[in-house]
Design a protein around this ligand. Structure first.
Ligand SMILES: NC(=O)c1ccc[n+]([C@@H]2O[C@H](COP(=O)([O-])OP(=O)(O)OC[C@H]3O[C@@H](n4cnc5c(N)ncnc54)[C@H](OP(=O)(O)O)[C@@H]3O)[C@@H](O)[C@H]2O)c1
Length: 257
């Protein structure tokens, strides 16, 4: 198969959560450029509408849907709206996430629970709701956005709840993959290193933050969001048809030393 066919998402429909800012916008544009119609989910509606307009300018269909991914009824409505509009759902990018930076001894149980609720429980809700449609169709690809902090600790950037949640995402990926593999659904994860976004303000846009990232990254720089799109398209498309349960780390070498 030619590469352009192998990686094509023509006629496919993708739901991207957390598509109102940061990496989610890049993921949505990357999937749209590969041919998919994209459904953009997050809480900030005006942001979603602006991203949808940019994608439509590229010539792809984009549907903004206001959705708090921690609310079961919002997630079910997101999936129903997608199926009503497009008649199918092929790809879910479970990207919505939050982080709290605070030493473990000062982290509140409320913050800890909130981070797990958004990063883990909401990911489960989205996978379950989209998974039901995919199981019915006998095909689908779910891509969870984990983090290098789901596979290593950092210490100098104290985020216990975040790192705990991303570790859970890595193993949720394996278990969902194991449960659904024989029914046509692949479930994988991408674990990014450091990329500029609202979440990493202060780290990827200040000299001190960049020094921290450069010092510990073998490639001596933060990532560019578009450098995640290759892994995303591999996992979303038929190019990754025999890959499931895996976490692809895209980190400039952070976790290899
Ligand atoms: N940037 C990095 O270096 C990096 C590294 C590793 C992993 N990641 C992961 O990449 C993902 C995207 O993060 P980002 O860096 O792009 O950060 P970001 O710019 O802060 O984006 C986070 C997105 O999540 C959405 N979100 C948060 N809570 C939500 C909720 N309850 N319901 C619906 N949407 C919600 C936000 O939208 P609304 O506020 O509009 O709802 C926003 O679109 C996260 O899972 C993050 O952990 C990022």
């Amino acid at each position: 198969m030619k590469p352009e066919t192998l990686f094509s998402l023509k006629d496919r429909v993708a739901v991207i959560t957390g598509a109102s800012s940061g990496l989610g916008v890049t993921f949505a544009k990357g999937l749209a450029e590969a041919g998919a119609a994209v459904v953009l989910a997050a809480r900030r509606k005006e942001r979603l509408e602006s991203v949808a307009a940019q994608i439509e300018e590229l010539g792809s269909a984009a549907l903004p849907v206001e959705c708090d991914v921690t609310r079961e009824e919002d997630v079910d409505r997101l999936v129903q709206t997608t199926v009503n509009r497009f008649g199918r759902l092929d790809v879910l990018v479970n990207n919505a996430g939050i982080a709290v930076v605070v030493p473990a001894e000062n982290e509140t149980p409320a913050d800890f629970r909130r981070v797990l609720e958004v990063n883990v429980t909401a990911g489960f809700l989205c996978a379950r709701s989209c998974g039901r449609v995919m199981l019915e169709a006998g095909r689908g690809s779910i891509i969870n956005i984990a983090s290098i902090m789901g596979v290593v600790g950092v210490g100098a950037l104290p985020q216990l709840s975040y790192n705990t949640s991303k570790g859970a995402v890595v193993n949720m990926t394996r278990e969902l993959a194991a449960q659904w593999a024989k029914r046509g659904i692949r479930v994988n994860a991408i674990a990014p290193g450091f990329f500029p976004s609202e979440m990493t303000v202060g780290l990827t846009d200040t000299e001190e933050g960049l020094r921290f990232v450069r010092r510990r990254t073998p490639m001596r720089r933060a990532g560019r969001p578009e450098e995640l799109v290759g892994a995303l398209l591999l996992l979303a498309s038929d190019a990754g048809s025999y890959i499931t349960g895996q976490t692809i780390i895209v980190d400039g070498g952070w976790t290899c030393v």
